[in-house]
Design a protein around this ligand. Structure first.
Ligand SMILES: [Zn+2]
Ligand SMILES: [Zn+2]
Length: 658
């Protein structure tokens, strides 16, 4: 019914319009309602479950109000308007897109109204999407070692692997690291963020980067690490820092060394070693590790006379330390070394097997020190010296030994070998070897003139004697020697032993050649205790080995005018001073030896007549005598008892036999 009414109205309008066109134009009024739609209704992507609203405008460019009754909309879009839009007016209308499933939605919105002309449709489109905000971090954030105080940068990439914008609010980092970002990263997009590592200590730094964002999935953390290291040092040290070469002759060389050391903690590069004129360096460049050193030999080799002072400069990449070594040296003109030899080297006669020494003086009168390397000598001579003889009159004494091995003349020149520049380095030397005269060890015993033989047997001297006195005696009566040796002893108190007379015995005395003191002193044996120079035996001081002989009693009265008497077996001997010997040899003379080898002297010594009180218990003492200049123990015969010996032998006694 309503539609019929509308069709009728339409027909009526057409009729009216036709009639109007037939009528006079100036009286006709024509009503227009012209519709036009404007606006952008492309909603793009909208997350399902959410709504987005856009607007479009309905324009009426006609001359009469446009009446809008409603819209026809595609699915998922909504919006409505009903009302009148005045002539030349417009109306803004909201359209909302509300997808509830994933998919594309589009179509035409038709505005229903009473327009007389114009377009009453407008396109609309939108997509329902399922949105994902996913984060991922990419990058190598291991910074390795970085020097304290310095910094290093690496890139962190924040990836948005989702389907929706990712909103980053910030980045947190461990101590030592810095870098930040906040903002939106579009879906499938990424953002590079510079991360800086700047250690303040020489230690390890590590932790985790944490990116704060609105992600719904993914990983927003990444490991980060780095190590702070001490700042490298390269410190040069020179030791010593001065080299004094002193004074050397021109065109000579001298060497000294110094050490370059790197006391820093990183390699030191030596680029060059420059030396002043006159010097050379064994080392010119190289690298020294931390704590390493190198010894540099500097040679001073001046080719002109003068002073050579300056600095050795070590060029390097050192941060600190001295780089100069001062050198001083002087080159002087070549010196002279003038040798001179002096000394009397005529040794004269020297026995073969013996040696003699004389002194040679080496003098250097040059201006430089003389170096002596040795001496050359003729056969028979020896000496040794090598060393320095100082300049300007320095001397060296050298002892030269002459040791002839043959009885011939030795002569020639001594040559001193050295670096002398002038002078005479030879001197005559001579000497004569003579036959050796070895002392006769038996000489002292050969003074026993009454011996029939004196021989050596090992450490003993063997003395043989016939025992007869060489002086006259009343006891030669009725002997074959009576005509020449008998004397009538007329002394008052002399009482010649009847029947006793002098006869020949064969006595052998065996006494030590090198007498020594006995540890345990031996008592005297029976009768014979030694031998006198005339070969007559000394007897002990006891009568019958028990009673001390006393003057004018006992057998004392039978002692003849020379102090001796024979035994009943006709063995002549002395108990007291053999005064024939002290008369002929002297009161202070050597008179003989006891069996222990120690000599027997007379009573006089150094002008003093000794008594038993001057002597020890063995009737002797020790000091030097004319025969024994080195000193020896010896007995003295005294006028008072016990005459020759006291309590026994001082030394170790030998033997006697007959
Ligand atoms: Zn007697
Ligand atoms: Zn004496």
């Amino acid at each position: 019914m309503k539609n019929l009414h509308r069709v009728f109205n339409l027909l009526l309008l057409v009729l009216v319009a036709s009639l109007t066109s037939f009528c006079s134009k100036k009286d006709e009024v024509t009503e227009t309602r012209i519709i036009a739609l404007s606006g952008n209704l492309n909603f793009g992507q909208v997350e399902i479950g959410k709504s987005v609203t856009k607007t479009f405008t309905i324009n009426n460019t006609g001359s009469s109000p446009l009446s809008v009754t409603g819209f026809i909309l595609p699915a998922k879009f909504s919006g409505s308007f009903a009302g009148s839009i005045p002539a030349q007016g417009s109306q803004i209308v909201n359209i909302t897109f509300t997808p509830d499933v994933v998919g594309s939605f589009s179509g035409i919105i038709t505005v229903q109204g009473n327009q007389t002309a114009g377009t009453n449709t407008i396109s609309v489109a939108g997509e329902g999407v399922q949105l994902v905000k996913s984060i991922n971090l990419v990058g190598d954030l291991n910074f390795g070692t970085v020097t304290v105080g310095e910094s290093s940068q690496k890139n962190l990439t924040i990836q948005n692997t989702g389907t929706a914008d990712l909103v980053v609010s910030g980045i947190s980092l461990p101590t030592g690291f810095s870098g930040n970002f906040s903002g939106t990263i579009a879906a499938k997009g990424s953002q590079v963020v510079a991360i800086t590592f700047k250690p303040t200590q020489a230690t390890a730094y590590s932790g985790t980067v944490n990116v704060a964002a609105n992600h719904s999935t993914g990983t927003n953390t990444l490991a980060i690490s780095g190590t702070g290291t001490q700042s490298p040092t390269k410190i040069i040290a020179l030791l010593p820092s001065t080299l004094d070469f002193g004074s050397i002759e021109v065109n000579n060389k001298a060497e000294k060394t110094f050490t370059i050391k790197n006391t820093g903690n990183s390699p030191l590069t030596i680029q060059s070693v420059s030396v002043p004129t006159g010097y050379q360096s064994s080392y010119n460049s190289g690298t020294l590790a931390a704590d390493a050193s190198v010894e540099v030999k500097i040679t001073f080799a001046p080719t002109t006379v003068g002073t050579f002072n300056g600095n050795i400069t070590i060029n390097s990449n050192a941060d600190s330390g001295g780089n100069l070594v001062s050198v001083t040296g002087t080159s002087v003109a070549t010196s002279t070394r003038i040798i001179g030899l002096s000394g009397s080297l005529a040794f004269g006669n020297v026995e073969t097997g013996k040696t003699a020494t004389k002194v040679l003086t080496i003098t250097n009168t040059g201006t430089g020190n003389l170096t002596v390397t040795g001496l050359t000598l003729p056969a028979g001579f020896s000496a040794a010296f090598s060393g320095t003889v100082n300049a300007n009159g320095g001397t060296q004494l050298v002892t030269i030994t002459f040791a002839p091995t043959s009885a011939v003349v030795y002569s020639g020149n001594v040559t001193v070998n050295g670096n002398q520049t002038s002078g005479s380095n030879t001197i005559a030397i001579s000497g004569t070897g003579t036959t050796s005269t070895v002392a006769d060890p038996l000489a002292i015993y050969r003074r026993i003139y009454g011996a029939t033989s004196v021989t050596q047997d090992g450490n003993f001297v063997v003395i043989k004697s016939n025992g007869r006195p060489d002086h006259k005696s009343p006891y030669y009566k009725n002997t074959e020697w009576e005509s020449t040796l008998y004397v009538n002893d007329t002394r008052a108190g002399f009482n010649q032993a009847p029947g006793n007379k002098v006869a020949t015995s064969n006595i052998t005395f065996r006494i030590p050649m090198n007498p020594t003191e006995a540890t345990n002193k031996q008592t005297l044996g029976a009768a014979t205790i030694g031998v006198a120079l005339n070969g007559v035996a000394f007897f002990n001081q006891y009568q019958a080995q028990s009673q001390l002989i006393s003057p004018n009693v006992g057998e004392y009265v039978s002692f003849d005018l020379y102090g001796g008497h024979p035994t009943p077996m006709n063995e002549y001997h002395y108990h007291i001073e053999p005064n024939f010997l002290t008369t002929t040899k002297g009161k202070d003379a050597l008179l003989g030896f006891l069996l222990d080898g120690f000599p027997v002297y007379g009573p006089l010594e150094n002008g003093t007549t000794l008594t038993s009180a001057n002597l020890d218990a063995y009737h002797g003492h020790k000091h030097a005598t004319a025969d024994y200049p080195n000193g020896i123990y010896h007995y003295h015969i005294t006028a008072d008892p016990p005459y020759i010996n006291g309590n026994g032998y001082f030394g170790v006694a030998g033997t006697w036999t007959k």
